[in-house]
Design a protein. Structure first.
Length: 311
């Protein structure tokens, strides 16, 4: 059976970078859906349309000789952690999409990345996973880079859309806090099934989480905004792309959480800021970043290098 002991220690780095790239593609697809289906509709898309792909991945892994294993026993503690992560992720995704509608794409994503130090704190408190000195220094440096990006965005807001800019900042910060809770919840869930390989633990985690998220969001929207559900179904082509990319990204995150601490995974996940920058320039043709924002991106990169060296 393929498990974490037969894999190189750095494989989680490759998985996280892959997941971040897929997440940037998913964000771009969701952004185009927001005008049609609204923020909550675009949030539903990543879960509802991603669920079939997640279920397919579980079936494929269970059938492979290298990963075949008895289906794990998912106890109450597993679902408790998973439910906390799933609900927090719904809120985080909605806040992130709302922020991206009022701010430059790359800066909106950057605000959400204030989660890193919160993940480290929550992981230490609830999971007993305390980062080493180098990892913690890397998190601080990367977070400082995010602060530079955020300060630049705030200055632009004061010069332009005042209230709108501050509202965007609040959306981003709220998204970061919810993403932090979500990451710790998913990491906690993976620790409840040590008998599974990281691949299977990640696959089952994504499928269960997206099932819960789809049911909760679909029920809410059918009650409060059935027209949103109709819009999501009408735009099925783009929704399918967003769902596929969302499922691929989530599979990467969950697999990485089964291999490494949530704080290290989410710190390296800041590489998404660079992918978002490329997407915003090439796809959405947004204005070039200022020297301060470039400095912020440089600090983030330094932090990413540090987190890779800390393993």
């Amino acid at each position: 059976m393929l498990d974490s002991h037969s894999l190189p220690a750095w494989i989680w780095i490759v998985i996280v970078v892959f997941a971040a790239a897929a997440q940037s593609a998913r964000n771009a697809a969701q952004r185009s859906l927001t005008a049609q289906a609204g923020t909550l509709g675009a949030t539903l898309v990543r879960f509802l349309y991603g669920l079939p792909f997640a279920a397919l991945w579980v079936a494929v892994l269970q059938a492979m000789p290298a990963t075949t294993a008895p289906v794990a026993h998912f106890g109450l503690s597993y679902f408790g952690w998973l439910l906390a992560g799933a609900i927090a992720q719904i809120a985080a995704t909605a806040f992130l999409l709302a922020a991206m509608q009022t701010r430059q794409f790359v800066v909106g994503v950057a605000f959400s990345k204030t989660e890193v130090l919160q993940v480290a704190l929550f992981s230490a408190l609830f999971l007993g996973e305390v980062p080493g000195a180098l990892a913690l220094a890397a998190m601080v440096v990367a977070s400082a880079g995010i602060v530079f990006l955020s300060l630049q965005g705030s200055a632009a807001s004061r010069e332009g859309n005042g209230a709108s800019g501050y509202r965007s900042a609040m959306f981003g910060l709220a998204s970061g806090a919810c993403f932090a809770i979500s990451a710790v919840g998913y990491r906690g869930a993976s620790l409840q099934v040590p008998e599974l390989s990281p691949w299977l633990a990640g696959a089952w985690g994504v499928m269960w989480a997206q099932a819960v998220q789809s049911v909760l969001m679909l029920a809410w929207l059918l009650w409060r905004s059935p027209q949103t559900v109709r819009a999501v179904m009408t735009g099925w082509r783009v929704s399918l792309v967003a769902g596929l990319m969302g499922a691929v990204a989530s599979i990467g995150w969950f697999t990485a959480f089964a291999m490494q601490s949530a704080a290290q995974v989410r710190t390296l996940g800041l590489v998404e800021v660079f992918f978002s920058y490329l997407v915003s320039k090439r796809l959405f043709q947004e204005q070039a970043l200022s020297p301060r924002e470039l400095l912020g991106l440089g600090l983030v990169m330094l932090g990413l290098i540090g987190i890779c060296l800390s393993i």
